[in-house]
Design a protein around this ligand. Structure first.
Ligand SMILES: *[C@@H]1O[C@H](CO)[C@@H](O)[C@H](O)[C@H]1NC(C)=O
Ligand SMILES: *[C@@H]1O[C@H](CO)[C@@H](O)[C@H](O)[C@H]1NC(C)=O
Ligand SMILES: *[C@@H]1O[C@H](CO)[C@@H](O)[C@H](O)[C@H]1NC(C)=O
Length: 565
């Protein structure tokens, strides 16, 4: 049967005459017949550095629209279509307030939830290339395939697949009943991985060599896929985890039932204590209204969903994991500054300034946001990172490097190290660990609204690594060198399981031999180091860390400090 399907996968590069559109159709438009699904028409593009031709197939639907009766439900495979699907443009992104809030009445009347599509990029439709399956971040409420241009990675002989999965309330809400089983976005990715198994050979991909890689919330999603007993082992072979882990406190939503009730009430439905009422209320509400009442909510995977996607705590699943999956995991040097920026904004919105807080109060607020219930880590961090004589002052100037390290440790570095350790300890498969240290021209610090309001720099900020993996920015010569190294590292790990850089042939990056290392630095030169724990104090120990402090005059005293809940 499989052979027959293979033979049917007739790939044609022709002057296309299809039902797609009456507009001009370019010569050599790539057209792929996906057996059992339908034909797709793609477009042609060029890689950035060596101008190789590649084919883009955008917005290929892999699931039915999760709207109407299917809202909150596990995704359903897309029915086959007649004619040729026009895959020259991106499909709809999954609804987010910034996009949906701008639509006019006519656009709002469309099916906004029909976003379960995936993007395939390939240079060779007839080869058997490794497949890189990218899982975007976006805090579980945002993210889209269109934000990940492939012109860097396609320099390598791979097939890149960028699926979309549901985000925000439309994805994550659960009543822990069959109506709203929970973890639907993880199931979206499982269906997309199944699609890759069935169809990627038609695009020149080898379904036995799939690597999943994800950043931030996408890193957590990759962890959910690794740990889930619902994931067939052959769906992927290796995993890259960038700046996030399912072991993070923000990786799991521990109060989903209170959340669904709260949102039901915010929608002014009646009898919101009843789960069936919650479901009916949330299923019927229009997308824009639902997004509007949930802008302050946070979402993430839940434990114990009805489908058995995550049946137990991540640590338990990690310890009982039977699979052997080589891992490459890491973080950026100042991965937590985005958290610090958010906290800073919150405190300033509440008090007008942070000057009413002591260093100790601000540090404890930051640590407590990490939901550590003992104060052991608070005290230890205060002891290690601050000069004792500044703790009870409200002079924050000298404290920023320590705040940055606390944010780094709690939100990203420690969860990533913990995740790597759980897999390394089992000794079943190699685990590579990195820190991305390169400070280039561009940054994601304050990407949306600017960063001039902060008394500190973003440093090597969260998501800055992706500036080099994906072609999102116009890079200068030095930054391009880093991008080439990143693409080398990501590709060699994906293809061979060992990270390497072409312009440093003598460099040998080793997998972790203990829970501390070795690990490697990604910078102008990639280098190997021995103890990952030194990275926990990478900011305070850095002689250059004073550069992260923006000196500002302290504003006048304000009302007394009340901790944030
Ligand atoms: C979602 O991400 C896009 C970038 O793709 C950004 O422009 C937008 O502001 C984000 N929305 C929110 C609510 O953060
Ligand atoms: C605050 O700390 C900075 C850095 O240690 C120091 O230069 C400054 O004089 C201090 N300001 C006050 C008001 O004590
Ligand atoms: C590139 O790097 C070199 C040395 O590492 C430095 O001297 C130069 O200023 C950098 N150029 C840019 C544009 O960043």
């Amino acid at each position: 049967m499989k052979l027959l399907l293979g033979v049917l996968a007739l790939i044609t590069l022709v002057v296309v005459v299809t039902l797609v559109t009456s507009k001009s159709i370019t010569i050599d438009s790539p057209r792929v017949n996906i057996p059992g699904q339908g034909a797709v028409l793609g477009s042609i593009a060029e890689t950035l550095w060596t101008k190789q031709t590649f084919y883009s197939f955008r917005g290929i639907p892999y699931a039915e629209s999760p709207s109407g009766e299917l809202r909150f439900k596990p995704p359903v495979s897309r029915r086959p279509w007649q004619g040729t699907f026009d895959a020259r443009n991106f499909g709809k992104r999954c609804p987010v307030i910034t996009t949906v809030g701008k639509l006019n009445a006519e656009q709002l009347a469309e099916d906004l939830e029909d976003c379960l599509n995936l993007n395939v990029y390939t240079k060779n439709l007839a080869a058997k290339q490794p497949v890189m399956f990218y899982i975007y971040g976006g805090g579980f409420y945002n993210g889209s395939a269109s934000d990940h241009p492939p012109q860097h990675l396609l320099e390598k002989d791979i097939v890149l697949v960028v699926p979309q999965y549901r985000v925000g309330a439309l994805g994550w809400l659960t009543t822990h009943t069959v109506d709203m089983p929970g973890n639907a976005p993880v199931m979206d990715l499982l269906l997309a991985l199944g699609w890759v198994q069935n169809h990627i050979h038609a695009f020149g991909g080898d379904p036995t060599r799939v690597v999943i890689f994800g950043q931030s919330a996408g890193a957590v999603m990759s962890g959910a896929l690794l740990l889930s007993p619902k994931t067939p082992e052959h769906y992927f072979k290796r995993s890259i985890v960038q700046s996030g882990a399912i072991t993070a406190s923000w990786g799991i939503n521990r109060t989903p039932l209170a959340q669904v009730k709260r949102i039901c009430e915010a929608l002014q439905c009646e009898q919101c204590a009843d789960k069936r009422v919650q479901y009916e209320c949330l299923r019927k509400v229009d997308v824009l209204t639902l997004l509007r009442v949930t802008t302050e909510e946070s979402f993430s995977p839940v434990i114990g969903d009805e489908q058995g996607v995550l049946p137990a705590e991540p640590q338990t699943l990690l310890r009982n994991l039977k699979r052997t999956v080589p891992l490459m995991a890491g973080f950026t040097k100042h991965d937590g500054t985005f958290v610090l920026a958010t906290l800073y904004d919150t405190l300033v919105a509440r008090y007008g300034s942070i000057s009413k807080l002591t260093v100790r109060q601000l540090a404890n607020t930051l640590i407590d946001l990490g939901k550590d219930s003992t104060s052991l880590s608070n005290n230890l961090l205060l002891r290690m990172l601050f000069k004792p004589n500044i703790l009870d002052t409200n002079n924050h100037t000298a404290a920023w490097p320590a705040y940055i390290d606390i944010a780094n440790i709690i939100y990203i570095k420690s969860p990533v190290i913990a995740y790597a350790n759980e897999l390394q300890r089992r000794g079943a498969a190699p685990v590579y660990l990195y820190t991305f240290d390169y400070a280039g021209e561009h940054t994601r610090f304050g990407y949306e609204f600017g960063n001039s309001q902060y008394p500190f720099e973003g440093g090597v900020h969260h998501s800055n690594d992706n500036i080099y993996v994906f072609a999102t920015h116009k890079l200068n010569a030095n930054d391009t060198q880093i991008a080439k190294k990143m693409v080398d590292l990501w590709y060699t790990f994906a293809a061979d399981g060992i990270p390497k850089v072409a312009d440093q042939p003598a460099l040998s990056i080793q997998a972790m031999a203990s829970e501390s290392g070795p690990y490697f630095h990604i910078n102008q030169e990639v280098s190997v180091d021995s103890d990952i724990l030194t990275e926990l104090t990478a900011t305070v120990d850095d002689p250059e860390s004073y550069k992260l402090i923006r000196t500002s005059t302290l504003p006048p005293a304000l009302p007394p400090f009340v901790p944030i809940d």
